[in-house]
Each structure stands twice: as structure tokens, then as C-alpha cells.
Design a protein around this ligand. Sequence first.
Ligand SMILES: Nc1nc2c(c(=O)[nH]1)N[C@H]1C(S)=C(S)[C@@H](COP(=O)(O)OP(=O)(O)OC[C@H]3O[C@@H](n4cnc5c(=O)[nH]c(N)nc54)[C@H](O)[C@@H]3O)O[C@H]1N2
Ligand SMILES: Nc1nc2c(c(=O)[nH]1)N[C@H]1C(S)=C(S)[C@@H](COP(=O)(O)OP(=O)(O)OC[C@H]3O[C@@H](n4cnc5c(=O)[nH]c(N)nc54)[C@H](O)[C@@H]3O)O[C@H]1N2
Ligand code: SF4
Ligand SMILES: [Mo]
Length: 852
Amino acid sequence: MSINRRDFLKTTAGSAAVASTLSIFPEVVEAKIGELAYEGESGKWMSSTCQGCTSWCSIQGLVVDGKVIKVRGNPNSPSGGRICPRPHLALQQVYDPDRVKTPLKRTNPKKGRGVDPQFVPISWDEAINTIADKIMELINAGETHKFLLTRGRYTGLNEIMYGTFPKLIGSPNNISHSALCADAEEFGREQSEGYPAYADFDLQNTRYILGWSSDMVASNRQTPWFINQFGNVKDRAKITTIDPRLSATGAKSHRWLPIIPGTDGALAIAIAHVILVEGKWNRDFVGDFADKVNYFAVGQEVPTEIIVEDKKIPVVFNEIHTNGVVAWWNLELKARTPEWAEPITGISAKEIREVAREFAEAGSRAISWTSPGASMQIRGGISSFACHALNGLVGSVDSVGGILQQGSAPTAKTPDVKPYLDPRFADSLKKQKIDQRGTKGFPALEHMKSGGFVCTSRVAQAMLDKDPYDIKVAIGYWNNWVFSSMGTKQWEEAMSKLPFFAHITTNIAEMTMFADIVLPAKMHMLERYGFAKNKQNLTAYLSIHQPLIKPYGEAKTDETEVPFLLAQALAKKGFDAPLRYYQENFKDPETGKTPETPEEFDLFATKFYTKPCWDGSSNSKGDTINSWAELLEKGIWKTKRYKIGEKIGHFHTATHKFEFFSETLKAGMQNHADKHKMTLDEAIEAANYTVKGEQFFVPHYEPAVRYGDEATYPFIFIDHRSRLNREGRSQNTPWYYSTKSVDPGDENEKDVTKLNPLDGKKLGLKNGDKIRVSSMFGTIESEIKLWEGIRPGTVAKCYGQGHWAYGRVGSEIFGSKPRGGNNNDLYCYDWERLSGSNPRHGGHTRVKIEKI
Ligand SMILES: Nc1nc2c(c(=O)[nH]1)N[C@H]1C(S)=C(S)[C@@H](COP(=O)(O)OP(=O)(O)OC[C@H]3O[C@@H](n4cnc5c(=O)[nH]c(N)nc54)[C@H](O)[C@@H]3O)O[C@H]1N2
Ligand SMILES: Nc1nc2c(c(=O)[nH]1)N[C@H]1C(S)=C(S)[C@@H](COP(=O)(O)OP(=O)(O)OC[C@H]3O[C@@H](n4cnc5c(=O)[nH]c(N)nc54)[C@H](O)[C@@H]3O)O[C@H]1N2
Ligand code: SF4
Ligand SMILES: [Mo]
């Protein structure tokens, strides 16, 4: 059904009288309202990628007279053409009058929070030459390892700026933000299933979702697809949300379990205990005792043998697709009853039993959905493992209605840089990375290897300590770690002392305030080329970024145009390896032309990487797309639907099984221990975990870490995202503030601290009271909101506000006074060391609240 605008208006007016009985918004018309308003005008819908969060949705923008005025989901996308509210804010981002228009140079050598950098506009030529000179100084001094490249969010083109540029100029230091993001979430899947990536979910067939802090209607992964399916899922499945705070999803769930922060691991193992004691595990996936008797009895190890009529009969568990269920029981689960978990987690034993039963009864269609709230904790690597292990018990791994791995869309491999590496850099390239990954206290395991993952937030301390060496020249793009990482004070100090920093950014954010050179970036969604790969709804896809409009001012693409300009400048100064690499390897796949300008390089590199999706070679694997122009038009290339079950028996773990006893983790820790000549127990202790011996390698209980004594700091502090956060990038948009009450408990135009009314009564606090929230590490100002959606003893504040830079909307006084408070100013500076993560959740920091 379609309807034009005039008819639509007529219908609206005509039906006013009967509006109470007749809905004028049948589903199809509702979905089309965005188009109706512009019907007949000169608009064109063009495709790109949102990147407002890690769902990486394919979107379309309506371009009218060179301006993009409206956004919608790409109808070709696997989310059914849906989007969430956030891409609309991108319009205010791209047309933000506070954007950086030209390159800038710092004229005030002093650096620090609140210090005016006294930026002055300069030409691109001067900016690029200044950076190239700094790189040449490092080359001439033989210390290219003292160069650091940092990136936050990225497109597939990050292979150029992040993946290869540092190497080409002789530095091992390419440091990403992924340890700020979700590495501990992925860690649990890696150690049990060999899959360190975001999962996909068979929402259309699931019967149970056990959401560990997962707020899928508002944040998390696959938001539009989840919103799209939510009604259907609720018709068919039960949803339990485990979160100290009543999230948007929690409010719509069948059950909300307001857990004490940082105790998810305890709850998960109590659920596992019940599933085994009650014999509710999936026998097709896990296996069974040979004699079909359930030997998982409370408080007792599974016997090795039993005596029947005076004969000793061995007890055998024939395990199928999993590894170590009996070991898990014996080493950990046997005494982990719901009664044991109740005082730790704050969830009643009765409810734990009920949830365990409901979950297990949904069998292989029950999803244990582990999210950062339950895993990005100081000891969250293991709780992530515990929460994910429940999928193994019910056999929902790679199962209809369960949790899936999937493949990915095909792209070209990055051309080998080795032939272009200058022999002078050999020593520098072999140096340890600046983030200290793989050092004694930071196993940061990737698969079975010590030091495979990044320790993003450790970089600040490493720079301050000059350990393993000092950093002299750094470039950052699309990141704002001075604000977004724990240890804001350490970051501010480290950035103040850094001799030279260039930031490629749309806005002057906190990190930019420490820059010597600022380069204006094209806005990722609407102004540049690139591509993103993801999966939703059993479909892996590649979504293209393309410019819908002209870039703002003199903005350029961070990942391609900037490195090309640098390569050209370096070549002029006598070092041409990067330029040769770019020009010899990134020719236009259609014409064979060599890139001569940054714009050509940008376009050719995008075409080069995405070619397998548009040259017809992958048509049999998914969508039929036969030209670059067609890919731009469609915006997305999708695989055929994933065939569920392909991965079973082929997991990338040490045993190729789903590991309850993680031989993968053990091998990784052994590798780490050997490297540092430690015992396994010493390695565990150095990583700030408490359980020793074999028990460490099964999902087990680890006590939460808390900074601050309860008497001085009575409340556990937690944070959460806004459904309007475009990660850290939408906080200079007025719409963000004017619609903030879409987040449960929050208020428009404010940044409130949510406190249970019972706690409010004790402290004599009422709504709107201005307060100071203080921890051992810092203080922010806020306002009280009494709200039943937070468990007593815990306070919650949304993450995102508290910018002291970014722009006129995001900060009270740009450059010095924040609007609202940055939760990272309160937080401890600590790590989840098995994965290298910045543990923003789990309530590690206690606070006190004082009225001002
Ligand atoms: N307390 C707390 N801290 C958190 C979180 C939390 O929930 N609570 N979330 C964490 C998570 S999951 C993540 S992923 C990180 C994200 O943290 P970061 O990786 O630091 O990313 P953002 O905060 O989004 O900042 C991106 C910066 O890039 C610039 N920018 C904006 N748009 C563009 C663009 O289009 N191109 C370029 N080149 N630059 C642009 C702006 O300067 C902006 O400040 O934050 C983490 N920090
Ligand atoms: N709206 C929105 N969605 C996003 C993003 C965004 O910026 N905005 N960013 C994307 C990115 S980069 C990422 S990494 C993901 C992050 O995805 P999530 O981490 O799922 O995002 P949050 O909504 O911050 O969820 C954290 C939840 O953990 C809860 N929590 C805090 N401590 C604990 C605890 O100890 N235990 C339990 N069980 N819960 C706890 C908080 O109340 C909150 O509801 O989201 C992606 N999606
Ligand atoms: S913000 Fe995230 S979920 Fe929303 S449309 Fe953009 S990428 Fe998709
Ligand atoms: Mo993230």
C-alpha cells in the first residue's frame, strides 16, 4: 500500500472524528511517513553506513539540493530497513557549527585541562609538513618506535591508517580502542568457543533470552533488528534482564533481576549448578552419564566409580560437543547453590532456581546473551566465560533459536607491506608495543597467546612511566580517550607531557585540546568513503560509506587522504616507501589508474577492498552485484542466510569442543607464565584473579573488586549508555539533551544521578537537589533523581555527558566547564587483565553523595 502526501493529509483530517476507534496508521503507511513528506521534491535517497554504534547499520540519507535532510534504514539491509533513533542525530553532527573547518596549529605550548591551546588556522600543506617533519626526525634519530598511532571507531579502511601506516614508518605502535569497548565480552566466547567476536542470534526462533546487562532495544548490538523483532520475540519467548538498573529492555522483560554489580559470575554458576543438579542440561550437545543416572548431587563430587552388588563400576560421562562438564562440577559447581549465591548477588535463591529452570527448559533455543555490563568488569573475563558457558549447557551454540558465530562478507586482503619496510626500522619494529600487552600483569590473551590483545587504557600510564620507552610523536583519529577511558587524570597528564600530538577529528574534543596540530575530519556517515562489515539476522554483510554531501570546510578522510598526504610529504623529504606502497598496490580496480591525489587514493582503496562484493565473483554466495556503481546504489552486499550448525565440532578451541574446562585458557596462561618464568598460579595472581589451580580454568566465582570503603563511600556507582549516545559523539547535538528522557529515569536537558527513594530518604535528598558525587579518585557535580529502577545501595548515571570540550552544546563553557559529569572522572584506573580491557562496569568504584 502506498499513499501520497495530499491523500495522507486528507485521511488524517477526515478521520479526526473517528480517531478514537480507528487507527489511521496501518503498519505499512507508518513506515513510509519519512518518504511521504518529501514526495515530489528533488530529493534522492543515497546509501551509507551509520556507525552510531557497533551495529554498523546500512542507512540511507535523503539528499535535497546538496544537503542531507533525513535518514532511514536501507531497505536492502537485513534489519528489514529499520534504524534506531540515533542516526537522526547524525544530521546535527554533520551540520554542527562547532566543527573544525580547517587545519589548526597550537600556539600555546602549555598543555592541560582548561588551558587554552590558542589554536590558529593553517593550511593543509603546513599541517602535513609539520607532522611529516616530526616523523622524519624520528627516522633520522633511529627511533621510529617512538611514534604512536591511536584510533577509535573505524571503517574497513583502517587497514591503511592503522594497520599499515605505522609499520611503513617503522613503528610497532598501532593502538586501537577495542579494549575500551568490549574485549572482555568477547573473551568468554573466545575461551569457551574460540570465537573472539560479536555474536549473532536467531531471534526468530528463540524461546528464551537471558540478558546479562543486555539492553538491546536501546543499545548493545543489532538494535534495529532487535527492536523490529521484539514484539515477536515476546510472543514466543521469555526475556530475563539481569541489571542493577531497570534498563529500557529490563522494563519490557518478563523478569528483571537487579543484581548487585560485579556479581554476575556468581549468578551464572548458580544457574549452572541448578541445571546440572536437576538434570536439565542438553544431552544431545553435552552428553550424558553412561548409565543415565544423574551424579551431579549437591555438595558432592561426581564419583569415579560406584559399587553395585559388590562390583566396582566406573562412572563415565560420555561427553559429545563439550569439554569438561564433570571437571566443572567437581572443581567449582558442586556447592554453588542458589542459597550460596543469594547473599552475593542480591537475587533470591527462589528466583535463581526459577530462572535456571525456565532457561534450561527452552533448551537449545535459550540464549545466554553476555554483554559488557556483566563482563567489562575488573574480574569480568571469567564472568564473561561463566555467562557464555550456559549456552554450552543448554546446547544453544550454533543452534536454531540460539547464539551463532557466522562468517563475514568477502573483502580483498591488505597488500603485503613487508617489501616496503625500510631495513633501518628492523629493530624499532621488533620493540614491544607501548600498551604493555603481554607484560607480567597483562596477559591480554588472544587465543592461546600472551599479549595478543590491546590494553588501550594502559597506554597513559606507560607513556608517563616511559615504559618500555617514551613516545615522542602521536596521531589520533576518531577517538577521545582523555574523556572515554578510565584514568582521565592519567590521560590528561600523559597527553600534557607528550611532545607532539596531531588529532584528526570533526570537533575539538578533550583529546584535541592536547593537540599540536588539528586536522578536520570528514564525518564518517555522510561525507566519506569506506565500508563496514557486520552481521544481523543470520546474514553477514558489507555496507558502504560514501559521501552524500560535500565535506564541511576543508575536511579530509582520516584513514586514506591523510596518510596519502603524509606519504607524499615524506616522499618529498626523501622517504618514499609509504607512497610507493600506496601507489603500487591501490590502483583503481576498474581502470588500473595509479592514485595521484588523496581523493583518488580514497576512492581506489575503497573500491580495492570491496571489489569481491561488486565484481560478481561472490554472487553465488549472496547478493548479485556486478559493478561498483551498483554497490553504491544498493549500499550493501549480503551473504545468503547462514546455515545453522556448521560450526559444531569445529570450534577454534584447543579441543575443538565447547570448553567448560578451558584448555584454551590454560594454554594461553601457560604461554604467558612461561614467557615470564612464572608458575600458572603466579600468573593468575599477577592478573589480579584470586582462584588458583585447575579451578581457574572452569567458569568460577571471583569476588568483585571495589575501590573505597563502605563507611566513607556508601554507594556502588554504575553507568550505562543512553539510547541517544552515538558512542561519544552525539553530545554536542541539541536533540540529545532535549529528548534525554527516552532513557528510563533520565530527564531532558539534565545529567541526573539516579538513587533509590529508600536511599534518598535516608540521606534526606529529594528530586532536583544539586549534589556532588565523589569517589577516591574524583568528583563530579550532578542532580538527584529518585527512581525505583535502581537497586538500593547502588547509584546509576548515564555515560556520555560531562564534556569540558567538544562544542557549545556539549560543554557549559567550551574548553573549561563541563555540562554534566564524566563518569570516568570518578572511576578507578584498573584493568581486566586477561583481556586487557578497560572495565567500565561491575561497580568497582564506591561513591559518596553530598548536597551542595
Ligand atoms: N564510563 C564509560 N566510558 C566509556 C563507555 C561507557 O559506557 N562508560 N563506553 C566505552 C566504549 S564501549 C567505547 S567503544 C569507547 C568509545 O570511545 P572513543 O573511541 O574515544 O570514541 P568516542 O568517545 O566516540 O570519540 C570519538 C571522537 O572522535 C571525534 N569524531 C567524531 N566523529 C568523527 C568522525 O566522523 N571522524 C573522525 N575522524 N573523528 C570523529 C571526536 O573528537 C570524538 O570525540 O568509550 C568507552 N568509554
Ligand atoms: N545506544 C547506544 N548503543 C550502543 C552504543 C552507544 O553508544 N549508544 N555503543 C555501542 C558500543 S561501542 C558498545 S561496546 C555496546 C555496549 O553495549 P552495552 O555494554 O550492552 O551497553 P550499555 O547500554 O552501556 O549496557 C551496560 C549495562 O550494564 C549495566 N551494568 C553496569 N554494571 C553492571 C554489572 O555489574 N552487572 C550487570 N549485570 N549489569 C551492569 C548498566 O546498568 C547498563 O544497563 O553498545 C553499542 N551500542
Ligand atoms: S546507531 Fe547503531 S543501531 Fe542505530 S542505526 Fe546506527 S548503527 Fe544502527
Ligand atoms: Mo564500544
